[in-house]
Ligand binder design. Structure first.
Ligand code: NAI
Length: 258
């Protein structure tokens, strides 16, 4: 059996991923704000450091897979802290533990929102690994109201998918034999989207932005099962990809752009 670290394990996609892994006999160390083996706030450097310490203790410093699901979609700077730096900084700190596995694998949860309008300045600050600058840019966006502040979400996810693509081929990842990929879901039925889908009017707005001709809204398990494959030893050569697991939203929105 393998040992997996799953962030966001208390809810939605993370909870489903943890359940599927445990159901097949793997060990899961969940990381979340509460209701997890490791209770930590991934939005801050201190919280990330505490999470890594506790994970290292619980796993004896050996981790076979990491699935990073924790994320928020609020029009505030914290969205960038959790969705980008809460993933990239955590993963960098877990590399020594991954290196001790025979078949280390990592997958993160991005979003079809990578296809939406972003703040190029915010994406650049993330990719420059400059958290202070990114938080400043995100705060300036939030000051302009929720609609502009929301740019933090697609920007954090586009930066994350691009980070995966850049990092995956470096000595840190390919050199250690670690596939690194992202899954980009459409509209998943979790607490994150329940209020958005609560009225027919707001649901229609979501569906206009996220067209899902194949099967419509998706279950968290639909995302979790792909995360399981990407982090399985069976995945030897898929790396650097953002796999749109979105009922066709990417195919509708980008059309021939492949
Ligand atoms: P959710 O809200 O059900 O679960 C997210 C989990 O992350 C929660 O348990 C929450 O406590 C945890 N979390 C939030 N901030 C944290 C922090 N600072 N430190 C530690 N844990 C923290 O959301 P859902 O839908 O399961 O989302 C999972 C991922 O999927 C997120 O990255 C989200 O952006 C992404 N996603 C979700 C979509 C959807 O339609 N629900 C669509 C596309 C992507």
């Amino acid at each position: 059996s393998r040992t997996y670290v799953v962030t966001g394990s208390a809810s939605g996609v993370g909870a489903s991923t943890a359940a599927l892994l445990r159901g097949r006999g793997d060990r899961v160390v969940g990381v979340d704000l509460r209701d997890a083996e490791v209770e930590a706030d991934l939005s801050t450097p201190d919280g990330r450091a505490a999470a890594v310490d506790r994970v290292t203790t619980l796993t004896d410093g050996r981790v076979d897979g990491v699935v990073a699901c924790a994320g928020i979609a609020a029009p505030v700077p914290k969205t960038v802290a959790v969705n980008f730096f809460g993933v990239t900084r955590l993963l960098a700190a877990l590399l020594p533990a991954l290196e001790r596995s025979d078949a280390p694998r990592v997958a993160v949860v991005s979003s079809m929102a990578t296809l939406q309008t972003v703040s190029d300045e915010l994406v650049a600050a993330c990719l420059a690994d400059d958290e202070d600058a990114a938080l400043r840019v995100a705060a300036a966006l939030a000051d302009q109201g929720p609609e502009v502040g929301y740019l933090s979400y697609p920007s954090s996810k586009r930066a994350l998918s691009r980070w995966v693509r850049r990092e995956c081929v470096t000595p840190a990842w390919a050199g250690r034999g670690i596939p690194l990929n992202a899954v980009a879901p459409g509209t998943v039925l979790t607490p994150m989207t329940s209020s958005l889908l609560a009225t027919p009017e707001s649901a229609a707005m979501v569906d206009a932005a996220v067209p899902m001709p194949l099967h419509g809204h998706q279950s968290p398990e639909s995302v979790a099962s792909l995360l399981l494959w990407l982090t399985d030893p069976a995945n030897t050569h898929v790396t650097g990809q953002t796999i749109y697991d979105d009922g066709g939203a990417d195919a509708v929105l980008r059309g021939d752009d492949v």
